[in-house]
Design a protein around this ligand. Structure first.
Ligand SMILES: Cc1cc2nc3c(=O)[nH]c(=O)nc-3n(C[C@H](O)[C@H](O)[C@H](O)COP(=O)(O)OP(=O)(O)OC[C@H]3O[C@@H](n4cnc5c(N)ncnc54)[C@H](O)[C@@H]3O)c2cc1C
Length: 505
């Protein structure tokens, strides 16, 4: 138990994690009762990547009462309807993991079971026909349904944005709310001799900042959570072997696609993230199968626009900090772990950590129970994402390179084995209520990679054929109509950026 009133909160780091934490804490806790200080070092800088998100970020923006149109304009953002996966199952394969569900659940049965009936009776193998995000993405279209047709079902989305502009945007927001920014490099950390709690950090210029609660957003180095408190690291690289990324932005190409693209390569995969002013690119790979120099060379060859910088190599180990809240230090962002960017989940995990901290925020004392609650929830969040990512690699049919042969044959955790068995035998994804990736996501990835369940829920066979065929036709038409009414993504962005209308507040 850490005694004393929590008053001075110190955020160490001003990357996406630091400024998201500062914005949320200043909004929820205010700066009257609490003092909020953020320390960042211009000399060290930020990791400089992390531009694709998932729809939960809309909730974060809404909580901050951020006008979505202003956010789009200030961060040079584009909309994202999902991820297109190329070459993952086999060379030439192509599927889409959308932010949304398929068709319509009927009689309490998930639509995917009806799709299985439809497909096995000779219906199209293209399950994307039943998802509006997939159809809109294929046509480079996007529009918020709330504006186009408020009576129509919601079409969920997320964003691609410039990470440095997002941090700048949240910095202005936080400073306006009273967060104090200190620039400088921390070169010493003082701990209380009795409790071991962090008491203060000292900057190179000699300035000392005291705190009751420290939020470690210092990136991979984990300045407080690891370098000071030695909280340990749970290494998952035997299941998620990629440990390097080389990143480079290039000139934008048209059209600006409303999706992230992930192309499987010889020793990993390449991302393509379209922004308004440029395209972000990177090759995530495992250095046991490809050198950093070769990966950089291959990435440069495979850009679809002129490179705007030298490729930059980033090294990481997939896994998470074993204790994410230790003593009076809470790790958020890369300081808490990293699961590689395949499903764009890191910024979501930042958001999750900040909201979980606010949920269990200590009153007068930090108790072991509060710490345990936080650690339990965050480890579950990491664990669920981990299982979903492993499944992407495991179900590949590729054996054309040593990397893919390894992924196909690798041992996987029992939790993933059980899920894959339930899916392959019965089309059950075993998703629990609080999991991030729902049935539709597991279905999109597993069926997208060529798996076909051997059976499906027998209730899906109860409906008479005539009614079933009629319903499936109507659902498919309705889905096409939703995508059909959307404008082209690029013209929609232009309208959004010209507008000052408040959205989602
Ligand atoms: C290759 C790659 C691709 C990624 N792609 C995505 C993606 O598409 N989507 C997604 O959601 N996430 C992605 N991520 C993750 C995402 O980049 C991070 O989650 C996000 O940027 C948060 O980073 P951070 O703020 O924790 O760390 P950083 O950006 O590294 O910030 C660390 C901060 O700490 C400060 N600091 C460090 N040491 C000191 C010190 N001694 N004194 C003072 N200040 C200090 C630094 O100056 C900096 O301000 C990706 C990550 C990688 C590596």
């Amino acid at each position: 138990m850490t005694a004393g009133i929590i008053r001075n909160i110190v955020i160490v780091g001003g990357g996406t994690a630091g400024w998201m934490a500062a914005a949320a804490l200043s909004k929820v806790l205010g700066t009257q009762k609490y003092s909020l200080t953020l320390i960042e070092s211009d000399e060290i800088g930020t990791v400089g990547v992390g531009e694709a998100t998932i729809p939960t970020i809309q909730e974060f923006n809404r909580m901050l009462e951020i006008d979505e149109n202003t956010f789009m304009r200030e961060t040079n953002a584009s909309f994202k309807l999902g991820i297109r996966f190329l070459n993952w199952s086999a060379q030439g394969s192509d599927y889409f993991h959308p932010f949304g569900t398929y068709g319509l659940d009927m009689n309490g049965i998930n639509f995917t079971h009806y799709w299985m009936r439809y497909h096995l009776a000779g219906g199209s193998a293209d399950f994307g026909l039943f998802n509006p995000q997939t159809l809109a993405a294929r046509q480079n279209k996007f529009g918020r349904m709330a504006e186009i047709n408020p009576k129509a079902p919601n079409v969920n989305y997320a964003f691609h944005f410039d990470a440095s502009l997002y941090a700048k945007f949240l910095r202005a927001y936080s400073e306006e709310k009273g967060v104090v920014r200190r620039e400088g490099k921390i070169n010493a950390v003082a701990q209380a001799p009795d409790s071991g709690d962090v008491e203060s950090v000292t900057l190179e210029d000699g300035g000392t900042i005291n705190g009751d609660l420290f939020i470690d957003c210092s990136g991979f180095r984990g300045l407080l959570i690891e370098q000071t408190l030695k909280s340990g690291y749970t290494d998952w690289s035997h299941w998620l072997p990629c440990n390097r990324a080389v990143a480079v932005p290039c000139e934008k190409t048209r059209p600006i696609t409303p999706y992230t693209q992930s192309t499987a390569r010889e020793a990993g995969w390449q991302w393509r993230i379209p922004l308004q002013h440029r395209t972000g690119n990177g090759y995530v790979f495992c250095d046991s199968y490809l050198s950093e120099d070769k990966a950089s060379e291959l990435l440069l060859q495979r850009l679809d626009g002129k490179a705007q910088a030298e490729p930059r190599v980033i090294r990481f180990v997939t896994g998470h900090r074993t204790k994410q809240w230790n003593r009076n230090v809470v790790a958020v962002g890369l300081a808490s772990g990293f699961l590689e960017p395949l499903e764009s989940t890191s910024i979501h995990l930042v958001q999750e950590a900040v909201l979980t901290l606010l949920r269990y925020f200590p009153g007068k004392v930090i108790t072991d129970t509060l710490r345990d609650c936080f650690n339990r929830d965050m480890l579950a969040a990491y664990d669920n994402v981990k299982d979903f990512l492993i499944a992407h690699y495991k179900v590949t049919k590729r054996e054309d390179t040593d990397f893919w042969a390894h992924c196909k044959r690798m041992e996987i955790p029992d939790s993933v084995k059980f899920r894959l068995a339930a899916f392959e035998e019965h089309n059950h994804s075993l998703v629990e209520a609080n999991e991030l990736f729902k049935e539709a996501s597991w279905f999109a990835v597993l069926v997208g990679q060529g798996l076909r369940p051997l059976s499906y829920a027998p209730q899906a066979d109860v409906m008479a054929k005539e009614e079933f065929d009629w319903r499936m036709d109507r659902i498919r038409e309705g889905t096409a109509a939703l995508a059909g009414v959307m404008p082209l993504h690029e013209s929609y962005i232009a309208g959004v950026c010209a507008s000052r209308q408040r959205v989602g507040t």
